[in-house]
Design a protein around this ligand. Structure first.
Ligand code: MG
Ligand code: ZN
Length: 221
């Protein structure tokens, strides 16, 4: 009898093994890592720009930016004060996987870093399937995307540890029902920590930053 393992399972299994190696490298150096995921335009890079200056006194921070092309986002992270910003171009691939993160991590001297922020490729589908080895996964949703996204992309909402609802300054102008959105999230992930924020006005950013600090400090113990 021939046993067939679907190719997708093999790929994900190999990815998980490599993700564990990435985690081991991070833990060896006491570096805490967050994987930021979102659809294109939700505001991952803007969030990083808002976050870095508020953590600059406390931590040395590396940013790895995954993008299909260009180094625009890594350049913005460097400009915003990242101690090191690495661009990983996925060559058309619509998500980061553990191999690509490993390649990015090779560019970083982790003896000089406390925190690693990973900006995944903008996509609400496959990044959820590829663990990277980071400690936490965070989803950046945004008001203009619509309040139906938890219902349409359950895999993404189910797998994350924290949720940012960005662009809340646009709530008066967009038919986004927060109750409907939150109800959809709660069914999938009742424990999800949620931060409504605006990268444009700065509202809510401190709460998010305080969460990161609490996470980094808890990881030291
Ligand atoms: Mg970006
Ligand atoms: Zn993909």
């Amino acid at each position: 009898m021939t046993k067939k393992i679907p190719v997708v399972e093999k790929i994900l299994g190999a990815n998980e093994t490599l993700a564990e190696k990435n985690r081991a490298v991070l833990d060896e150096h006491g570096v805490y890592a967050i994987n930021l995921m979102a659809s294109p335009g939700a505001g991952k890079t803007s969030l990083i720009e808002q976050t870095l200056p508020k953590l600059a006194e406390r931590y040395r921070i590396a940013v790895i930016d995954g993008d299909i092309a260009t180094s625009i986002d890594a350049d913005r992270a460097a400009e915003a004060g990242a101690d090191i910003a690495v661009q990983v171009n996925t060559g058309g691939n619509c998500h980061l996987d553990a191999v690509m993160l490993q390649k990015g991590m090779e560019e970083i001297d982790f003896t000089k870093i406390n925190l690693l922020l990973v900006e995944n490729v903008g996509n609400l589908v496959c990044p959820a399937n590829f663990v990277l080895g980071t400690h936490k996964s965070v989803l950046v949703a945004s008001v203009p995307e619509g309040d139906d996204k938890p219902y349409k992309y359950p895999g993404m909402y189910r797998g994350v540890d924290a949720l940012i609802i960005n662009k809340i300054d646009l709530l008066p102008y967009i038919p986004f029902k927060m109750d409907y959105f939150r109800k959809g999230v709660e069914v999938l992930n009742a424990e999800l920590v949620t931060f409504p924020i605006s990268c444009a006005t700065g509202e809510g950013v401190d709460e998010w930053v305080n969460w990161i600090i609490a996470e980094v400090e808890a990881n030291k113990k």
